[in-house]
Design a binder for this molecule. Structure first.
Ligand SMILES: [Zn+2]
Length: 242
């Protein structure tokens, strides 16, 4: 009877009837790698017993799971590295710019700021009206600037002449500040874009790895179920025979 022929298991070296052995050439590639890794001198045409096969499979699953965990810790490490090595680009441009200003430039900014406010308009208008009332009604003949207020006219012209270049100075500096800010924003955007891309790559890699190991685990479960079925069938046969 061919079914009662005995063969040797290549791992534990015990003899079994051929129905209790599994041919090495039928083992799936992933499990076979683990088998070769543990027993490099195994013969491809030989047999191993089911209990050894189960052990090899368990080792294979354990290997898969630890590999998964390794991938995760690697990912963590990459993120930490990128956080540690890449300096943060976003910074306060205003602060940096203000530190570079000279005293004259700061003064011009303050004057321009005051010149463009309601405070200036109201106080200057009041000054004009007070000047006119004092000279026209209170000092009468001894007024230092009688009607039509030529001195006041001269002062206003001077003020206008000085105010224009001060405002222009302030505007130029605002333009320079805007340019600096635009550059900084561009760098920050670029960095964010690159980082998002990097994250995408990491996620893709991770998903791919996880799918692969899930598939492998599924295959092993199917194999185990088939083994169980095979085993049950054998027992059923024995029961009917006896
Ligand atoms: Zn064995």
């Amino acid at each position: 009877m061919k079914n009662h022929q005995k063969k040797r298991c290549q791992i534990c070296q015990k003899e079994f009837p051929i129905g209790k052995l599994f041919p090495v050439r039928l083992i799936r590639n992933g499990v076979l790698d683990t088998l070769y890794h543990q027993h490099p001198d195994i013969n491809r045409d030989g047999y191993i017993c089911y209990s050894d096969l189960r052990e090899i499979r368990a080792d294979h699953v354990e290997h898969l799971l630890t590999e998964d965990r390794g991938a995760l810790t690697n990912l963590d490490k990459q993120v930490l590295d990128s956080l540690a090595s890449e300096e943060i680009l976003a910074e306060n441009v205003n602060k940096k710019f203000d530190q570079k200003l000279t005293f004259g430039e700061r003064m011009a900014d303050k004057v321009a700021q005051f010149g463009g406010s309601w405070k200036f308009i109201i106080s200057f208008f009041s000054l004009l009206i007070i000047w006119m009332i004092i000279n026209a009604f209170f000092l009468m003949d001894e007024s230092f600037d009688p009607y039509p207020f030529i001195l006041l006219n001269l002062i206003l012209s001077c003020l206008a002449a000085i105010q224009a270049p001060i405002i222009m100075m302030s505007q130029n500096r605002q333009a320079a500040k805007d340019r600096l800010q635009a550059n900084e924003e561009y760098a920050t955007n670029l960095k964010a874009e690159l980082e998002i891309q990097q994250l995408h790559n990491k996620l893709d890699l991770f998903m791919k790895k996880q799918w692969e190991s899930l598939l492998e685990l599924q295959k092993i479960q199917i194999e185990l179920t088939e083994d169980l079925l095979h085993h049950r069938k054998g027992e059923h046969k024995k029961d009917t025979e006896s």
